[in-house]
Design a protein around this ligand. Structure first.
Ligand SMILES: Cc1ncc(COP(=O)(O)O)c(C=O)c1O
Length: 407
């Protein structure tokens, strides 16, 4: 943390923070140590930051990405820093996972793994957002979606998936070593589909082989590339490259990995910070947190510097603060990111610019994160406890370095 404090107000400094959660939520900081890796693949053309809103775009894919950057006035005034948030919840599928789903599907098509309108099925293990994005794009492009999810996520996500026509399979939350963990189950379902064990399902009516494709957002580097080729350049353009900190929670690590690998070579002395949650089951915050090192997170690892902690309660209070002060109705990981942004603003001091991500809307979290009865029942809120000051920067002012513990 000393390193971060010592950054002072140097204008050229860029600092990125990934906010995530450990057992009771924590964040890990990243610092770039080498130049951007070569991501010069075909997917570079997948997401253009030049898409003009006053043009006609081709289908739902045309409105993915190119999201606005919002100045969060109340947090900016309170901290003396400019706190900016990229409104990823405005993607058509409601999260940055639209970029990732499109990138993975396009890459699979380029590699000849799937073909539209031939009965191909896309399988994915997901806490929800990626499944929703895949289901949406699958519909648009002529595929089916088979989504495996832990059974403890907000009900809205299952409902949305069903409305989008996905096959939804719920499984109990489990460790990655468990063969029925949601990612393992999705992988197995895809493999069984391909081995023809699905009854009479191996050919479509034209005699063309139906294929199952396991998207695998955790290990598939099309995820990283979607952010390196899309989100990162958009942030750079929207800020003219003037960024002191980037704050984002890590689920797969695709966002922090891709964005920081794009920004760091362009912004001298760029620093990035972030975290991952160790046990997703221990928190009300959905979409972030890992209990293993994934390929996408591994790419981000070289940027990680330090860690801070964010509690469930801080995220809940931040979400309520932002709706009260800004009319911004955000989901749990977005609220956590904003806690992280305030924390970094307090560490850096006034005069800095911090960018974070608003991943999804509160509408996707009505039954858990935005449900007081649920929060009280799970001891995240107490009926009598006065609200904490979300602007102070920390519920418990714990700036211990968790990096060595989690990496
Ligand atoms: C709502 C939400 N927030 C944050 C994240 C984390 O993003 P990433 O997987 O790029 O680390 C996810 C990932 O699924 C998500 O669904």
């Amino acid at each position: 943390m000393d390193k971060i404090k010592s950054l002072g107000k140097t204008g050229s400094l860029a600092l990125g923070l990934i906010v995530g959660v450990l057992m009771t939520l924590s964040t890990t900081f990243l610092i770039s140590r080498r130049a951007r890796r070569d991501t010069s693949s075909k997917s570079a053309r997948l997401h253009s930051s030049e898409i003009a809103v006053n043009k006609i775009v081709n289908g739902v894919e045309g409105i993915i990405g190119n999201t606005p950057m919002i100045k969060i006035r109340s947090l900016s005034e309170a901290t003396g820093c400019e706190i900016l948030a990229k409104a990823e919840f405005l993607n058509p599928g409601g999260s940055p996972k639209d970029r990732v789903a499109l990138s993975m599907i396009q890459m699979a098509e380029e590699q000849g793994l799937i073909r539209p309108n031939t009965g191909c099925v896309i399988f994915e293990g997901t806490s929800g957002s990626t499944g929703i994005s895949i289901a949406m794009i699958a519909r648009a492009k002529g595929y089916s979606a088979w989504i495996v999810m832990p059974d403890d996520q907000a009900q809205e996500k299952y409902q949305l998936l069903e409305k989008l026509g996905a096959h939804v399979e719920k499984t109990r939350p489990a460790s990655i070593v468990d063969e029925n963990q949601y990612v393992n189950l999705a992988r197995r379902q895809a493999s069984e589909f391909n081995s023809g064990e699905e009854s009479n399902a191996d050919h479509n009516s034209d005699g063309v082989k139906r294929r199952g494709f396991f998207a695998n957002q955790f290990e598939n580097l099309s995820n990283f590339q979607a952010h390196c080729n899309g989100t990162g350049p958009e942030i750079y353009k929207q800020t003219d490259g003037k960024i002191n900190a980037f704050v984002a929670g890590a689920g797969t690590g695709g966002t922090i990995g891709g964005v920081s690998s794009y920004l760091k070579p362009l912004i001298p002395e760029l620093k990035a910070e972030g975290s991952r949650k160790r046990h997703q089951v221990d928190t009300v915050i959905e979409g972030v947190g890992l209990n293993r090192l994934t390929k996408n997170f591994d790419l981000a690892r070289e940027f990680i510097d330090d860690a801070i902690k964010v509690t469930d309660r801080e995220a809940v209070e931040m979400a309520r603060y932002l709706v009260r002060e800004e009319g911004l109705f955000i989901g749990s990981s977005s609220a956590m990111n904003c806690v992280g942004a305030v924390r970094v603003a307090r560490m850096l001091g006034p005069g800095h610019r911090i960018v974070t991500i608003l991943c999804d809307s509160g509408q996707r979290h009505l039954t858990k994160f935005w449900n007081d009865d649920y929060l009280i029942k799970h001891n995240i809120l107490q009926q009598q406890t006065p609200p904490i000051d979300v602007l102070s920067g920390s519920e418990r002012n714990d700036s211990s370095n968790d990096l060595s513990r989690i990496m």
